[in-house]
Structure formats: C-alpha cells, structure tokens
Write a protein that binds this ligand. Structure first.
Ligand code: CAA
Length: 261
C-alpha cells in the first residue's frame, strides 16, 4: 500500500476507509491532499476485494474546512488558470471512481470540504456536522463544484442563501434539505458509515457500479433518455453471472454468493 502523509488509508473487509489527516489545519484540502486522494481512490478502484469506500476527517472538529486558503492566498490568477486548478477533483477523483463511496461528515464541511462531501455518492452526517460554502467571504466563489452540486441537492433558494451569505447549515437542516442521507449521533458516525459501506460492498459489484451510473445520469439526461439508459443497464446486468446467482438464490431461499462477473 502507498505511503500517505495527509491521509490514513485502511482496508476493513471490503471497505476502504480514507481519513483526511491534517487536523492542525482542520483537514484543509491542499494540493498534496488531492494528489494522495487520487492515489488512494485509484488503488480502491483497482482492487477487486474492495467494494465501497468511506471518507471522513480526523479529529472531532472538521471533516474538511475547505481548500487550503494559505496555499491559495498568494497564488496569481495566471497559475489558477494555467493549472486549471480544481479540475483534477472532477477528472481524477469523481469521474475515475466508478465504485460507490460515502462521505461520513464528522464536523465542519466548508467550502471545498462541503464540495468534497458532495462528490461522494451520499453523505452520512454526525449531529455535530456543519455545512457551508463561505468562499464569498474570501472574495471568491465555490470552485470544486459547489454551486452546481449544492443547487442540485437543496434547490436554488437554499443554495443561493448559502453561497451568497456564506452561512452554515447544521445537520438537521442539511437532512431536511436533502443534502445528507441521514444524521446519526457523533459517536455512532463511523460505525454507521462503515456498516452501510459494508452492506454496499457485499452487493454484486457490477450492479453497484451500474446503479451509481444511472442515478448520476439523472443529473445529465432528459427523463426519456435517462429512463432508456436505466433500461439498457438493466438489460446489460441480465447477462451477468451475479444476476443468475441472485435470482437463483432468491428462488432457492438461500443467501447469494456473488462473484463480480
Ligand atoms: N485553509 C487553511 N487553513 C485553515 C483552513 C483552510 N480552509 N481552515 C482552517 N484552517 C486553519 C486555521 O488557519 C488554523 O491554523 P493556525 O492554528 O495555524 O492558525 C487552524 O486551521 C484552526 O482553525 P481556526 O483557528 O480558524 O479554528 P476555529 O475553530 O476558530 O474556526 C472555522 C473554525 C470556522 C472552520 C474556521 O477555521 C474557518 O472559517 N475556516 C475557513 C473556512 C473557509 O473559508 N473555507 C473555504 C475555503 S476556500 C475554498 O474551499 C475554495 C473552493 O471552493 C475550492
């Protein structure tokens, strides 16, 4: 396994647990963190024993308090633009990860931290979590997808409210707004996220990838083409060994043994 300075990466059964580990900077996301996340997620994606990942933050206070402001403070426009800064989050992390992953948000998820959580397939939040896009207070705006993913998750009114005022949303509001899938007591967060991830990791992996693909397609397609996409993926899964096993096991009233084929 690769060596990491800013992450703790562990395999627990079929689940890869990735912990952002810069607690002294509230797990702020600098370029070293991004490169390590790309490495860790590529390893997760390539390892057939791993079916789901969980990302969380170390320490009690933060999931991640945003992109690293100290790294950006003196950077000129020319560098942001020529490096197409933040594009690798989308191309190398989101697009390159076809297996499901969950964000277990344990505290502040602000700016890039909120955006990273929203890159995950869904969010489980601790009752102490706080979400926000405070970039406007720094003279900028969300840069890692926040204006798009937050708006899709919570709708225009709340997204505008958050992006224009920089205010934080607590866990209860995040749940009622549709930003997070569930809220659990802080002490139970990791166990709950790992249990959920283990359940997903035990699912037939081709079906898990296909499920993720078609749900995400809902944000890109018209209803008609999205439904056709779903139907074609269903047909594709009908040719898998795991479909034969899953249905045979149901009929025989026994547990299925999925092979990933
Ligand atoms: N970048 C770099 N360092 C950060 C940081 C960040 N985003 N957030 C916190 N830190 C550092 C602080 O500078 C501080 O370091 P020092 O001890 O060396 O001074 C340490 O983490 C602890 O932070 P605080 O002392 O500020 O802790 P607090 O409890 O008083 O406040 C907080 C907590 C409200 C989360 C506050 O830290 C904060 O507002 N952080 C910045 C949040 C933010 O603006 N995020 C957006 C960043 S821009 C972005 O993400 C762009 C994008 O969309 C891609």
């Amino acid at each position: 396994m690769a060596e990491y300075e800013n992450l703790i990466v562990e395999q627990r059964g079929g689940v890869t647990l990735v912990t952002l580990n810069r607690p002294q900077a509230l797990n702020a996301l600098n370029s070293a963190v991004l490169e390590e996340l790309i490495t860790a997620f590529a390893a997760f994606e390539a390892d057939d024993t791993q079916g789901c990942a969980v990302i969380t933050g170390s320490g009690e206070k933060a999931f991640a308090a945003g992109a690293d402001i100290k790294e950006m403070a003196d950077k000129p426009l020319s560098e942001f633009y020529s490096q197409d800064m933040f594009s690798r989050w989308q191309s190398h992390l989101v697009c390159a990860t076809r297996k499901p992953w969950i964000a277990a948000v344990n505290g502040f998820a602000l700016g890039g931290g909120c955006e990273l959580a929203m890159m995950a397939d869904f969010i489980i939040a601790s009752d102490k979590a706080k979400f926000g896009q405070p970039e406007i207070t720094l003279g900028v705006i969300p840069g890692m997808g926040g204006s798009q993913r937050l708006t899709r998750a919570v709708g225009k009114a709340k997204a505008m409210d958050m992006v224009l005022t920089g205010r934080m949303m607590d866990a209860a509001e995040a749940e009622s707004s549709g930003l997070v899938a569930r809220v659990v007591p802080a002490d139970d967060l990791l166990a709950e996220a790992m249990k959920t991830a283990a359940k997903i990791a035990a699912m037939p992996p081709l079906a898990a990838k296909a499920a993720k693909e078609v749900v995400n397609a809902a944000f890109e397609n018209t209803l008609e083409s999205g439904i056709r996409h779903e139907r074609r993926m269903f047909h594709m899964l009908a040719g898998t060994a795991d479909k034969a096993e899953g249905m045979a096991a149901f009929v025989a009233k026994r547990e299925p043994r999925f092979s990933g084929r």
